[in-house]
Ligand binder design. Sequence first.
Ligand SMILES: Cc1cc2nc3c(=O)[nH]c(=O)nc-3n(C[C@H](O)[C@H](O)[C@H](O)COP(=O)(O)OP(=O)(O)OC[C@H]3O[C@@H](n4cnc5c(N)ncnc54)[C@H](O)[C@@H]3O)c2cc1C
Length: 447
Amino acid sequence: MLDFTLSPEQLEIQRQARDFALKEILPKAAYYDELNVLPIDILKKAFDAGLLNGGIPKKYGGRGLGLIEGVLITEELSAACLGLATSLSDNGLGIEPIILSNKEDLKKKYLTILSKEPKFICFATSEPTMGSDVAGMLCHAAKKGNDYILNGTKYWITNAGIADYMTVFATVDPKSQHEGICAFVVERDWEGVSTGEHIQKLGQRASNTAALNFKNVVVPKENVLAEPGEGFVLAMRTFSRTRPSIGAFAVGAARSAMEFAIDYAKKRQAFGMKLQNYEAIQFKIAEMYQKMETSRLLVLKSAWESDNGMDSTISASIAKFYATEAAFEVASEAMQIAGGYGYTRMFPFEKILRDVRLLMIYEGTSEIQRVIVAGHALGNYKPVMPPLEELAILRSEGTGKMFDDEMKGKTAWRCRMCGYVHYGDNPPDECPSCFFPSTAFKKVWPA
Ligand SMILES: Cc1cc2nc3c(=O)[nH]c(=O)nc-3n(C[C@H](O)[C@H](O)[C@H](O)COP(=O)(O)OP(=O)(O)OC[C@H]3O[C@@H](n4cnc5c(N)ncnc54)[C@H](O)[C@@H]3O)c2cc1C
């Protein structure tokens, strides 16, 4: 069964998020971007409106929303401000490893608090010396009795400046790469935890980004989220669940850019006509629409796979790199349609373009998504077509007969080097096309 309709409940969630985005975020987006500050009051209002932590299961007091509902919310928030959407969605990233873990006590403790109170949790794998290469982390966790002692720095951490809790990935031995990686839930108030200054960025300036530093932080055994050797897989499983949301960021931003461009094209005159009457502008708008729509389909497909218990790693990667690159193109074309005004701060185009650029970098760069998808395409992917050397490219000898009659009783041999097809009971001694010996021939017909 294939169904593209949203349920009444999903439409209601979308409406709630849209109302919130239009009333609480959109009018303030430029202000906080300029101020370079994350407005915590908006995060708290989003919590009150039920738009934060939607994925927490009901048994821990959450809404128990699926990823499909999550991406619907994310698209709406992102359409108003990508920077704020990043910070608003960051709790989802911090929470996901806890939801995916098998640590029931940690779930009960932290998911319950996060359902009840407007508290914040961040997610920390990246460091000053690594981001893509998660297995190359240096932040060190040393076992001491039942506890761990944490030392090191995490960098680029969204909401690090405001987080009450943090999901921290570290290694017991940097040399052991994937096998050494473990994860913990760390509390901000613990001795030895400190935060760096807010990092200045090109876009998404209303989102807080800072470093976390750990100096001899004692992590009790109850707060071990993943034992050494389990942390890397937990981080990758988390990304499979959260990358569709990055795609949804892109869809929301692309939608806004396109809508603003359409509005401008309908009103602006050039050479005595509205811009919308020029085919060059119409084609830009058609391609913007196509990219937004394609991106949304990919995002929803990966969210659907995840909600239905399938491994969504590949679809999430495809959604992420397709949608984020498409959104960058859409934002750039929207600016082009708005001409000089598009480049000014008086209109939203330049902010969207700055904000959208980041989507191709965080939570796995576009290159890393390509590495993942190429690995699948060249590895586990099961082709339907036969290998080229077994492909029977049979041609008529001009008899004018139908295929079955002409080929009846014929045997065909294909040269595995150049593809030449020879008809006969045996292969030729030598290929007449590339001169390879008869051993190069493989029987391809009858199949
Ligand atoms: C604003 C912001 C917020 C962020 N928030 C968080 C957060 O909350 N938590 C967190 O843990 N991290 C966060 N990050 C970090 C982010 O995930 C990393 O920046 C990202 O994964 C890229 O890592 P890097 O910057 O170290 O680049 P590098 O890994 O050094 O890569 C540099 C370049 O080399 C390319 N490259 C690397 N390896 C390969 C390869 N094998 N093949 C081809 N190309 C390759 C990359 O694609 C990139 O173009 C954030 C980053 C930013 C900028």
